[in-house]
Design a protein around this ligand. Sequence first.
Ligand code: C2O
Length: 547
Amino acid sequence: GVTRHYKFDIRLHNVTRLCKTKSIITVNGKFPGPRIIAREGDRLVIKVVNHVSNNITIHWHGIRQLRTGWADGPAYITQCPIQTGQSYVYNFTIIGQTGTLWYHAHVSWIRSTLYGPILILPRLNTSYPFVKPYKEVPIIFGEWWNNDTEAVINQALQTGAGANISDAYTINGFPGPLYNCSKETFRLKVKPGKTYLLRLINAALNDELFFKIVNHTFTIVDADASYVKPFQTDTIFITPGQTTNVLFKTKSLSSNAKFLMAARPYSTAASGTFDNTTVVGVLEYNHDIKPFSNSSIKGLALPPLPAINATSYVANWTSKFRSLGNSQFPVNVPQTVQKQYFFTVGLGTDPCPKNQTCQGPNGTKFSASVNNVSFNNPTTALLQAHYSRKLNVLTSNFPAFPLNQFNYTGPPPNNTMVSHGTKVVTLPYNTTVELVMQGTSIQGAENHPLHLHGYNFYVVGQGTGNFNSATDPANFNLVDPVERNTVGVPAGGWVAIRFRADNPGVWFMHCHIEIHLSWGLKMAWAVMDGKLPNQKLLPPPLDLPKC
Ligand code: C2O
């Protein structure tokens, strides 16, 4: 591989959406951020300079960061933030991954505007295990707030309420014509009879999305930068944090036909409390150079998307994914496991602070937890504490199982209070791990897209209802399970994953729904060094930011 250098100047930039101009935090004044393009095996050296008054970190979502945890990016987990006027060089190599990943700010809600695609091409002189695409196009879903998102989350945390919903969903930063006073629409300009590779990324803060283009189908070939057994679909489901590559064959049309594409959320919780508006873009054949106007798409049909609570569609969708699994891309799912964990993931409550009115259940303040522990961010980075063995910062007693058993899919227990802590699970190098995550059902169950940093895991099983440790493991797929970094824990159901702890460091795991992350639906794994020199975490870079 080669070394590729990028410079990210983090600065404010005025952007107009929904007839309002707002100053947002960007990379190099671009929204969405600039693309990173690399080949598998390349080293990326990205200098990030912070010119804004907020603290900044950037996470390279899905990059395995083998032995380079210092470059992973989550604030207070692997690094202290880059302060105003400071810089930090992220330096890492892409090993064994091809496809689409992405980067985003990983401190507070700054990722609402600071995100962009990472396109990973096969090594030089190798090719995709599918037809060579004519062109590759990133398609990034996002969310737009008219208000400052830092104010949105601060208000939610202070009042113990849910966060205000966004004002629009976006495709490549554009809300599309269905929103009030919206002039910006994403245009996918294509030639007839060609195969495109669409690289889909869900960068939305709080919503899982359905996506569809009228009269066209997709062939899924890759998920989270791992190849899958190709399958066809006309509707895509994607959670925040997930990426997927799809082949998209255009029709042989000679006219300049147009078709609408649309995305809107999935949520099993009470639909009234969620924004179910729709972002629309346009597929344009043989497009003319005329500027786009909303009137040019008047009368075009909207794609029929699944209902907002189409739970069985989502469960079925998730079960369609299988690793490609051939001699060139083998499946390395651990056949036996040394450590088993069972985590409950979901919402819970905290007492409402005195002199406040909180809007959680029974006047409590909303919270979220894993095994009833709501994670408190430390004030210094866990990875540094781990590396220098300053173990007073974190405690290694994260519970392997929930303390109280209950029926996770029945009525919520009377006491939904969470406890708080900065606890990690410590794993010896190379431990094989099986983790079952059970969604709890407090406040109307919701699908939680759980993201693990520093690893891909295999999704060996999923189901509805309570996980049954006596009978469910017999049905695990240990042959060709999909390999991902983000998986939806089904509402009122469970998912089982396996991985080998072969990447030393401290690795964050959290729900990629940003409000749940803010409420504490997160924890971390501390993976110890192995004995051999190439099994150890590298030393910290000299410019690692200080707290
Ligand atoms: Cu894309 Cu910790 O996140």
